[in-house]
Design a protein around this ligand. Structure first.
Ligand code: NAP
Ligand code: F7E
Length: 325
């Protein structure tokens, strides 16, 4: 069988790096779109850099996206690039709309014009459910986004469906609930906690500053979730799928579990709650129903919440120890 080719936008991000590993293991020719930075930011893909091909491009620049599709001639496109941090979407709402919403249309247009038969994956998000209309949330749950990021993702979700309906293109949207890993950006709450706990454990810090400890999320492991992305593109028909563990935990539970991983039972001495870190509109409670994905894709998460927290704390301790040498 001929070698398949995949183009991954957002390859330097958390999911892009895990997905690239998965595709390489499946013998794909992997192309990644990277934007220009003044210093290289290939930290997450440096171990596979010689096995993948990077193409310069930006979600803001139509011509570069069209050229990336021409250069990679992909069988599959995974559109993971976005302004993905919810908090930043209030301070940079227009930019978030440009990247996370209109960027999807630009990618779809590039594909429609150059290779409309390629399969397209859009990284939709549980943030689209926002102020939830039912619990748990499935593919049928109506959206009520609570941030400029969530609103932009709703646009990206519907424009992908629209290109499927308008042009008969194979577009799928994976509605993924929060997924984390040692490669998660330091600004997201799980990594902020695991990194903070590791620093406290190594006596490099005395406390962590956090916002709303009561928010609840359905947290899974990123390595498990990229497998679901790939499975969605292996189906005969394009469709949308919720990917989630079906379990949720509060930020406070994550904190408690992370401190317990280093043998600290009274975490309250090390956490300061700051009002400035609360969001203008919060998503209080998310929990996903991934029955459809479990049935059709035969997908299920492998890493438990407790394993995930321990994995992240252990990895951050090792990282800090390595950096201090
Ligand atoms: P991430 O770590 O923040 O990675 C985002 C990627 O997008 C980075 O490679 C970034 O490049 C790239 N990017 C940003 N703006 C760009 C632009 N203008 N042009 C080209 N590339 C650009 O995000 P992630 O956690 O891997 O998430 C992947 C996707 O899934 C995102 O679309 C996110 O919104 C969505 N999602 C994530 C979760 C989750 O829990 N992780 C859940 C649901 C949906 P730089 O490295 O240059 O910044
Ligand atoms: O916040 C609360 C915060 O920033 C989780 C992105 O990948 O998942 C992610 O979005 C919760 C929120 O992720 C702090 O208020 C408390 O309720 O880790 P987060 P997120 O906003 O859920 C979705 C599915 C995506 O699609 C996004 O791309 O934690 N929280 N204290 C805090 N959050 C942060 N970041 N920092 C704090 O100090």
């Amino acid at each position: 069988m001929a070698q398949k080719s995949a183009l991954v936008t957002g390859i330097t991000g958390q999911d892009g790096s895990y997905l690239a590993e998965l595709l390489l293991a499946k013998n794909y020719k992997v192309y990644g779109l990277t934007r220009r930075t003044s210093t290289p930011n290939y930290e997450r893909i440096k171990h596979i850099e010689d096995k993948i091909e990077l193409i310069p491009g930006d979600l803001l620049d139509q011509q570069s996206l069209t050229a990336a599709v021409e250069m990679s001639n992909p069988d599959e496109v995974y559109n993971l690039a976005a302004q993905s941090f919810v908090a930043t979407s209030w301070s940079q709402p227009v930019l978030t709309g440009e990247f996370t919403a209109l960027g999807v249309t630009r990618m779809l247009e590039a594909l429609r014009q150059v290779k409309s038969k390629a399969k397209f994956y859009q990284a939709s998000s549980s943030e689209m459910f926002g102020m939830v209309k039912e619990t748990p949330q499935s593919e049928k749950t109506p959206f009520h986004p609570r941030s400029p990021y969530g609103v932009a993702k709703v646009y990206g979700h519907w424009i992908s469906i629209n290109y499927r309906e308008s042009y008969n293109m194979f577009t799928v949207s994976g509605i993924l609930f929060n997924h984390e890993s040692p490669r998660r950006g330091l600004e997201f709450v799980t990594r902020k906690i695991s990194h903070g706990v590791a620093k406290i454990h190594l006596r490099e810090a005395n406390f962590i500053e956090l916002g709303n400890l009561e928010a609840k999320r359905d947290w899974g492991f990123a390595g498990d979730y990229v497998e679901a992305m790939w499975l969605m593109l292996q189906q005969d028909k394009p469709d949308d799928y919720v990917i989630a563990t079906g379990e949720n935990h509060s930020v406070e539970e994550f904190v408690r579990e992370a401190f317990e991983a280093v043998g600290i039972s009274d975490w309250t001495k090390y956490v300061k709650v700051k009002k400035e870190l609360f969001r203008p509109a919060e998503v209080d409670f998310l929990i996903g129903d991934s029955t459809k994905a479990r049935k059709v894709l035969e997908w299920k998460p492998k890493v438990t919440f407790q394993e995930l927290v321990k994995m992240m704390v252990k990895s951050d301790i090792e990282l800090l120890q390595k950096n201090s040498k």
